[in-house]
Design a protein around this ligand. Sequence first.
Ligand SMILES: C[S@@+](CC[C@H](N)C(=O)[O-])C[C@H]1O[C@@H](n2cnc3c(N)ncnc32)[C@H](O)[C@@H]1O
Length: 452
Amino acid sequence: MHFAICTLFPEYFDSPLATGLLGRAVGDGVLTVERVNPRDFTEDNHRTVDDRPYGGGPGMVMLLDPVLKALDKVERNGGRGRTILLTPRGKPLSQDLTRELAGEERVTVICGRYEGMDARLGDLVDIEEVSVGDFVLSGGEAAACCLLEAVGRLLPGFMGHEGSGDEESFAHGLLEYPHYTRPEVVTDERGSELRVPEVLLSGDHRRIAEYRREKALATTWDRRPEMLSSAPLTQQDVESIRKHRAESPKPARGRNLHLVLAHYPVLNKEGQEVAVSLTNLDIHDIGRVSRSYGLGGFYLSTPLEDQRRLAATLLNHWTGGAGAVANPDRSEALSGVGVVESIEDALHRVRERTGRDPLVYVTSARIAPEKRRGGKRKRTEEPETVTIPQVAQALDARPVVLLLGTGSGLAPGVVRAADAVVRPVRPFTDYNHLSVRSATSILVDRILGDTD
Ligand SMILES: C[S@@+](CC[C@H](N)C(=O)[O-])C[C@H]1O[C@@H](n2cnc3c(N)ncnc32)[C@H](O)[C@@H]1O
């Protein structure tokens, strides 16, 4: 495979291309690398490769002409092949992408410097923009080394023994299992022995493979749970993760999340503050969500006595009456539903349960009208908007109540008294009027997902 690197610092690569497995691969011809310097294609005395950005601002921008000429040279030398511009604005470099690139005969990598390239490069040359992570380097050279090494080690002949790439992290959508080598026992500073897991000494290849799969799944669950949503999993894998989750000392965030469905004070269509009646579907659907996601509690609040009686009748039917016998799953979900007179009563119950004052986050279909930055909020102002990751993070430290409004939404006084408004679901479309039970399901799933 042939790599061309377009860089203002060709010497940067002297050591990486001469060291370790990459050095050997270059020596053996598994990989050939050509370096081109845009500075060699400048025509002025200062050999200028950058200029000030239009529109002002700090830093300099790389000139198009020297880079285009450097790329032309690569083209004449045998072709550019797939051409990659390294930039933090690019798509993330992944194991899938490195595998794709390892299948190419020629790849050209352009390293930026300063504030990066003139944006028109992409209009003039067919390039893919790639980033090596959500951080900013001073130049693309370190990023190019990552790409070269990650692609190179997938080439036949690179690693000496084929197949090691198949076992590694990301190869099957999981992080890799842990490794051990000699000695069999090491002693820590308190004198405790740290032994290599017995199964790895057993010589039983089936048990070793099972152990490694379990460890890969558990490590992925603990460190990069989001990877599990796209990893291919068998039923046995699912059981293994379930077992690991049950044994994990890490408390599930969902235990700190509480739902309060308020039927007063809410707005009607005319904008008046009213109490609205219960909706049977809300009770069933939100009750099941609460149970499925392992939430701390789900409370219905209504000041209307007949509505509370109605709720009690419904809940009794499903939790103690004929319904419980016919449908035990539903009984399990509905037995966690509490009926209270007011939002304050619900908050009191959460305080009793957790021993702490909960943060109250209200939900709404619209973005809060004003944005506050720091300082104390006036009583007349709406609270700040929080995003889903902020809600998830808050759950690590405090109980949180997600306050859900019925009717045409929570009364303004309730919103103003809250700690924050959660950014609505589907804010970027012209219609996002979901039922409260749908919005609740979506919000809870986005906050906790499958890996809480
Ligand atoms: C200082 S950076 C420019 C950052 C740019 N102004 C921005 O904010 O997106 C200079 C060069 O380093 C390289 N670079 C920096 N961070 C990178 C990353 N995370 N992935 C790939 N290349 C990166 C790019 O080639 C970039 O043009």
